[in-house]
Ligand binder design. Structure first.
Ligand SMILES: *Cc1c(COP(=O)(O)O)cnc(C)c1O
Length: 231
């Protein structure tokens, strides 16, 4: 066995262990610290959902697999998105979802440019800043979030309101307690939005390597894990 085989087995093993813990939730393998070889190994381990937080990296990695005729990958944009990168993002092959729509202005830009997107529907998560940490993106005000939801629901578009995303508090003395607070708030928010807009099946995207087990207690549908798979 060479070291590349070892690496592949390690990734298989980690994927298997995480999947065992998450039941029906979906695992997004976050590849922001990983090269295409690791992504390829994970894909060989039957992983199809991958997440990136920079448009340029996502573009390069998605293009690499597209050129290799691997089309059963679903790319998730999970990082802060600037309006001037929207066009590039929408053109990326096999783009599946954007988890980080964090303002009405960004939503308007996406709606304006949606023809760049070749697929049938693009899943949109609104990011909510439950941690209220300043450097974090996400809607701060529920009013603005609701205005964005209303705009998306009333638009005739390929962009589909799919769910809500959050990142747990990073800088805290009590990470577990904070994670419980953030994720509980999200579950309650999801339920109240479903009721208000008469929707069912909205998804929650929450939980990373350090806190996904807590996120699952609050019905997370998509956990985004990088370090625990690839480090
Ligand atoms: C990096 C990142 C993750 C994964 O974090 P890990 O701690 O490496 O599991 C999840 N979500 C977002 C938005 C990220 O930027």
């Amino acid at each position: 066995m060479n070291s590349s085989d070892d690496r592949q087995l390690l990734i298989f093993d980690r994927l298997k262990n995480i999947r065992k813990e998450i039941g029906d939730a979906s695992l997004i393998a976050v590849t922001k610290y990983s090269g295409v070889e690791d992504i390829y190994f994970a894909h060989q381990g039957l992983q199809i959902d991958f997440g990136e937080n920079r448009v340029q990296d996502l573009k390069e990695k998605a293009q690499y697999f597209h050129d290799k005729n691997i089309h059963d990958i679903r790319w998730h944009m999970i990082g802060h998105l600037q309006s001037n990168k929207v066009k590039d993002l929408l053109r990326i092959p096999n783009l599946y979802a954007i988890h980080s729509v964090d303002s009405i202005k960004l939503l308007e830009e996406l709606l304006k440019r949606e023809d760049e997107f070749e697929g049938f529907d693009l899943k949109i998560f609104f990011q909510v800043n439950t941690s209220h940490e300043e450097e974090k993106s996400g809607f701060e005000s529920i009013e603005e979030l609701k205005a964005a939801i209303a705009l998306l629901l009333s638009s005739n578009t390929k962009l589909k309101f799919y769910g809500l995303m959050t990142i747990g508090t990073v800088r805290t003395e009590e990470p577990e307690k904070e994670a419980h607070r953030c994720f509980k708030e999200m579950l309650e928010l999801k339920r109240s939005i479903e009721t208000e807009y008469n929707l069912t099946g909205l998804k929650l995207s929450m939980g990373m390597s350090s806190d996904f087990k807590i996120a699952l207690q609050y019905e997370s549908d998509f956990i985004r894990v990088g370090t625990s798979i690839f480090k």
